[in-house]
Design a protein around this ligand. Structure first.
Ligand code: TYM
Length: 327
């Protein structure tokens, strides 16, 4: 029996190379090894205000991008969270079994709520919905970037708590899988901050559909420092980030990268990185433009994805209902 992988991504537009290196690429590369479920988490996207037309558009665009990146329907079920209503129901049950203080500690909630004037209860309960996504499928492995680590630890704590409360192993304890390279890609304009979909300054992130000219401009303007040496060094955020992106795209070793750039300047690093990123994204972009013209086909694949996973989700939910005495 193959281990089950589950992961999710929010359809909030602006998918960037951080999402790609930290998550999407891992999903694609390990498809043969596992039983894979990938979820476009639209119910998470509505925890903050989002325009209906935009949401609808971004869901399909993200699905097209994921297929273009190499998610194959034969190997993986890719579906939209709201198409499988068990997610919302399981989330409510989990919300009721999660101590308030556990959610209140989440750093992502603290960051997001501190920027919003009037945030929703949904934003607070967000990690319980994420736990539901994972626990519904008895997932073994959850490949994510580093920013989701705390949510994964919370998911494990919640599952353990529910198992202990009812004296049975009704929920499987999942494990996070965080890539060794590129688990936290930083913003190009401010390399002390994580590259993020919600940051909308012009040179913050490289988006997966950026044209070569846009990529060139963004990397050219990326923040570096006043030193010269091109070396991996966590304290030199800007250069370290550019080198990490180079490492992720070329899969070269760190010593090889450092010797390759020995004696060269930041201009050379930026030029070479630009080419590596443009070429690295080219196949995905070409495939995207082929697929994007057939919206009906993408919608059909998503419907098939939901059909594949629904029975599993329902089985887990019935098991939970029975254990806790619902209905
Ligand atoms: P989201 O949509 O913010 O991000 C999708 C994936 O991209 C990773 N990521 C990054 N990796 C490296 N560097 C970055 N700068 C960077 N930014 C984002 C994220 O870690 C994530 O793996 N809550 C999740 C979605 C979710 C989910 C789930 C994930 C909902 N349910 C169940 C796993 C399992 C989120 O908002 O990801």
């Amino acid at each position: 029996m193959k281990k089950r992988v589950l992961s999710g991504i929010q359809p909030t537009g602006n998918i960037h190379i951080g999402n790609y290196i930290g998550a999407i690429r891992q999903w694609v590369d390990s498809q043969d090894k596992y039983d894979n479920i990938f979820c476009i988490v639209d119910l998470h996207a509505i925890t903050v205000p989002i325009e209906p037309k935009q949401l609808k558009h971004t869901i399909r665009q993200l699905a097209t991008l994921l297929f273009a990146a190499g998610i194959t329907p034969e190997k993986s079920a890719l579906f939209v969270q709201s198409h499988v209503s068990e997610h919302a129901e399981m989330a409510w049950i989990i919300t009721c079994m999660t101590p308030w203080g556990w959610l209140h500690r989440m750093t992502q909630f603290k960051e997001k709520s501190s920027n919003a004037e009037n945030f929703s209860v949904g934003l607070f309960a967000y990690p319980a919905l994420m736990a539901a996504d994972i626990l519904l499928y008895d997932s073994d492995l959850v490949p994510v970037g580093e920013d989701q680590k705390q949510h994964l630890e919370l998911t494990r704590d919640i599952a353990q708590r529910i198992n202990a409360l009812y004296g049975k192993d009704i929920l499987k304890i999942p494990q996070a899988v965080i890539p060794e390279v590129g688990s936290r890609i930083m913003g190009l304009d401010d390399p002390t901050k994580k590259m993020s979909k919600s940051e909308d300054t012009a040179n913050h992130a490289i988006h997966l559909l950026d044209t070569p000219d846009v990529i060139r401009r963004k990397i050219k303007r990326a923040t570096t420092d006043s030193f010269r040496e091109i070396r991996f060094n966590e304290e030199r955020h800007g250069v370290n980030n550019l080198l990490t992106i180079y490492e992720a795209f070329t899969k070269m070793s760190r010593p090889d990268i450092e010797s390759h750039f020995a004696g060269k300047g930041y201009g050379d690093l930026k030029k070479e990185l630009t080419e590596v990123v443009i070429e690295g994204l080219r196949p995905l972009q070409t495939r995207y433009h082929e697929l994007a013209s057939d919206k009906k086909h993408v919608d059909l694949l998503l419907a098939e994805g939901a059909d594949k996973v629904r029975a599993t989700a329902n089985r887990t939910l019935r098991r939970v209902h029975k254990t806790i005495g619902l209905g």
